[in-house]
Design a protein around this ligand. Structure first.
Ligand code: SF4
Length: 374
């Protein structure tokens, strides 16, 4: 099974923290959309004959697409690839784009999962982040999507926002829990240098919670979601039973995926492929008949480190047997002392030839993984 990701590189306005690839200039949108369809044809061999069990329209803002465009994208995928009957087909959406009629139309077009970028329910923070939606829309959007027939909804939340108190964060989290989404992705705000927040931070004009405070928000998140029946299946991803995101999981479970569109990347087990992150150069290349991508074959070392970094962030852990037998990396032998310390400190445990992190261990997952790198 494999996945397809399609990047829609347009947004109505730039959020102050965002360094994803997008443009707010949309006059050439139609042309770019046509090139996405063309790229799907160019890339038809990339996944071999693997059936596709997950399609993800991400961005940017895919909910800027007309429902007929979504229909056409999905029809094109179904014509070129073997799309599983029960494939998870997700649209990443901003709350302000989702009218009742639009929701019904995209459901008919084949979208069966929504990933809604709420980020926060707090009106002041929404303004600070420069999000396009209001606090009221954030609260109303889930019931509306339910009414339109969606039974699989994920929301994105952010914590450790500038000057955010623990109480404000708890209010946000509690509103999210009341809405009972099947899936919650919650990320700490990271300040990227080229964003508005990055510039403010460099000038000393942005106060964000320190690492310890951010860690206490994370622990609160784990605790509250656990109490409410959510499973933390990856550091930042939580779901009700049976609602793991196939798309998100494919990255951590080394499933193959094809990325379409500017800045999208692909993975086929042996290499990664990165499409150019420039809309105009992307369109020109596709019009000239080729995909503007850089290919990076993966070395044994990169495969080992990738497995550790991704596996340790999940409840599926990392297979020590796979590392030893397929990649010739015996973690137990090489890192015996480090593993003993991790286990003594109750940050990790070994079961059935897999290494797993505990809830506390997940807090420092990337640090633990890098200590075990080759
Ligand atoms: S966070 Fe989403 S909506 Fe905001 S600028 Fe980034 S891609 Fe666009």
């Amino acid at each position: 099974m494999a996945g397809i990701y399609i990047h829609i590189p347009f947004c109505k306005q730039a959020c102050h923290y965002c360094d994803f690839h997008f443009s707010t200039q949309t006059d050439y949108r139609q042309n770019l959309f046509n090139q996405l369809l063309q790229e799907l044809h160019f890339q038809k061999e990339y996944l071999g004959n693997q059936p596709i069990d997950s399609v993800y329209l991400g961005g940017g803002t895919p909910s800027l697409l007309h429902h007929l465009e979504i229909n056409l994208l999905l029809e094109t995928i179904a014509k070129i690839f073997t799309l599983s009957e029960n494939a998870e087909i997700t649209l990443e959406a901003n709350p302000d784009d989702l009218s009742f009629q639009y929701l019904k139309n995209i459901k008919l077009a084949g979208i069966n999962r929504l990933s809604i970028g709420i980020q926060t329910f707090d009106a002041d923070f929404l303004k600070k982040l420069n999000r396009a939606h209001s606090s009221e829309t954030a609260i109303q959007i889930l019931p509306l999507a339910r009414e339109a027939g969606f039974t699989n909804i994920s929301i994105d939340l952010m914590y450790a926002l500038p000057n955010q108190s623990m109480e404000q964060w708890q209010q946000d989290l509690s509103k999210a829990i009341q809405l009972k989404p099947e899936h919650i992705s919650a990320y700490t705000l990271t300040i990227e240098p080229k964003t508005v927040f990055g510039v403010q931070k460099a000038k000393g004009k942005l106060a964000t919670p320190d690492e310890d405070t951010a860690a206490s928000y994370f622990e609160n998140l784990q605790e509250e979601l656990f109490k409410n029946g959510y499973i933390q299946y990856e550091v930042s991803n939580f779901c009700l039973p049976h609602h793991y995101s196939r798309h998100n999981s494919s990255y951590w479970l080394q499933k193959h995926y094809l990325g379409i569109g500017p800045s999208a990347h692909s993975y086929n087990g042996d290499s990664r492929q990165y499409n150019i992150a420039n809309n105009h150069l992307y369109m020109k290349a596709i019009a000239d008949g080729h995909v503007p991508a850089t290919l990076e074959p993966l070395t044994n070392k990169e495969k080992i480190n990738d497995l550790l970094l991704t596996g340790l962030r999940t409840i599926w852990g990392v297979s020590l047997l796979e590392l030893k037998e397929n990649l010739n990396y015996d973690v137990i032998k090489i890192h015996e002392n480090k593993l003993t310390t991790l286990i003594e400190k109750q940050l990790a445990y070994i079961n059935n030839e897999h290494l797993y992190l505990t809830r506390r261990g997940l807090l420092v997952a990337d640090k633990i993984a890098s200590d075990l790198f080759i």
